[in-house]
Ligand binder design. Structure first.
Ligand SMILES: [Mn+2]
Length: 431
């Protein structure tokens, strides 16, 4: 049986109630959620855009803007390198649209999930060099691309990294500017932005320097809100302001692609909530990154006509339906394997789904973990090797456990609750 208990923290509720003209319930809620400084309470009660932090507080922000403005002035070729998930596509959209408005000579590249894997790689850098690109600008990736960034520098390119991922070993790549609030030396007051929000802050800063009206940021804020929800950021502080205001804007969005996608998904725009971003719009944008090219999702957002948007939205919706179907089939198969073998007694569920598309392994592992409340690993066949996605439970640090058996793995990486691995095909029979 569930037992609900109201937290009873001590505070001067009367004073809070009077000062902010709020009821006792709200006052208790604020205290319980530790929204304690006057400024924090004020911004919580009124999540207005004016409470967003100054982008120039971010380390290297001024530097990154100055480099970009100088490159724009001299007509140098700039290439954005994003990522294939919703956050990566959103950040690419925000940087591309924002810098285009500033007059940049700009294009973009997004790594292919299956062929390239995550993040900027050597082929992307060589291709950029061959295409005469002067400046590479990463978003939602790049912070751990030490060798790749060095290669680009050696080839004479300028590199600006924008990212939000953790800083590995407190080391940053040798780029001309590194914008990532997670850096210890970065004094930005809020560290937990998604990649799209970091990109948004960069455009906010560069618009300010270019005397472009902040009103022009609205179409970008809509996308930053989608990215924040889909990258599962905590909806507090700046994230809450971005999502609240982004949702308000999305109800009347001028973006052809989003309008078409909401139409396809039967979303009632007046009732739009974070749910719709996370469970309808996001998965459709993501489906192309999983089964096709993530560029399709980006092209939808960039659509210039209703007709174009409609066609792309239909395709994405279809891809997402196929993705759902394939996920369900894979999950049923996985459950079947678990329940009809000794695996179910294992501490960690390891299932090999020979036919399953590798991009679905993570979702299926997550569902297995939910169903059996055990750490779960789903292996699939990739080119010349086996790839696996791991989803764990609070009590089991899967990243650490994988480190313990790294001799059995080709590669692995990730976090305590979610990780990825690859293995030699020949080892498969032994696992
Ligand atoms: Mn991200």
């Amino acid at each position: 049986m569930e037992n609900w208990v109201v937290k009873n923290k001590k505070a001067d509720f009367k004073a809070l109630m009077e000062r902010f003209q709020i009821s006792e319930v709200i006052a208790r809620l604020l205290v319980n959620r530790n929204q304690m400084t006057t400024e924090e309470i004020e911004s919580y009660l009124h999540p207005e855009l004016s409470y967003l932090h100054n982008p120039f507080l971010m380390k290297d922000m001024d530097k990154a803007c100055n480099i970009l403005l100088q490159k724009i002035q001299s007509g140098k070729k700039i290439r954005i390198v994003g990522d294939y998930d919703v956050d990566g596509v959103s950040s690419t959209y925000i940087l591309y649209t924002g810098l285009l408005k500033c007059g940049a000579n700009i294009d973009y590249e997004i790594p292919d999930r299956v062929k390239d894997g995550y993040g900027i790689n050597m082929q992307i850098i060589e291709a950029a060099y061959e295409d005469g690109v002067d400046t590479l600008l990463t978003c939602d990736n790049g912070i751990s691309a030490f060798e790749q960034v060095q290669k680009a520098k050696d080839l004479g390119m300028t590199v600006i990294v924008t990212d939000h991922h953790d800083i590995p070993y407190y080391k940053i790549p040798n780029a001309d500017a590194v914008v990532n609030p997670k850096q210890v030396e970065c004094n930005y007051p809020w560290k937990m932005l998604c990649g799209g929000a970091v990109a948004y802050k960069l455009i906010q800063a560069i618009y300010e320097k270019s005397d472009i009206s902040p009103n022009e940021l609205s179409p970008l804020l809509e996308i930053a809100a989608i990215a924040t929800v889909c990258d599962v950021m905590d909806l507090v502080d700046e994230n809450r302001i971005i999502v609240k205001n982004g949702l308000d804007l999305l109800k009347n969005t001028q973006n052809y692609g989003l309008n078409a996608l909401m139409e396809e998904g039967n979303v009632n725009k007046s009732k739009l909530s974070a749910y719709h971003l996370g469970f309808i719009i996001g998965p459709c944008l993501n489906a192309s990154g999983r089964l096709d090219s993530a560029k399709k999702g980006l092209k939808l957002l960039l659509s210039q006509t209703e007709k174009e948007a409609e066609i792309l939205a239909k395709e994405l919706k279809e891809l997402n339906d196929i993705r759902k179907d394939m996920t369900l089939k894979g999950l049923e198969q996985a459950i079947d394997i678990v329940e009809n073998s000794t695996i179910q007694k294992d501490k960690v569920l390891v299932v090999f789904l020979e036919e399953c598309h590798e991009s679905l392994a993570g979702i299926i592992a997550g569902r297995l973990r939910e169903k059996y409340n055990k750490p779960s690993i789903v292996l699939t066949r990739a080119e010349n090797k086996v790839k696996g996605s791991c989803r764990s439970i609070e009590q089991f640090n899967i990243y650490e456990e994988l480190s313990k058996c790294k001799d059995l793995l080709l590669s692995f990486g990730g976090h305590p609750m979610a990780a990825g691995l690859s293995q030699n095909q020949s080892l498969l029979s032994e696992t």
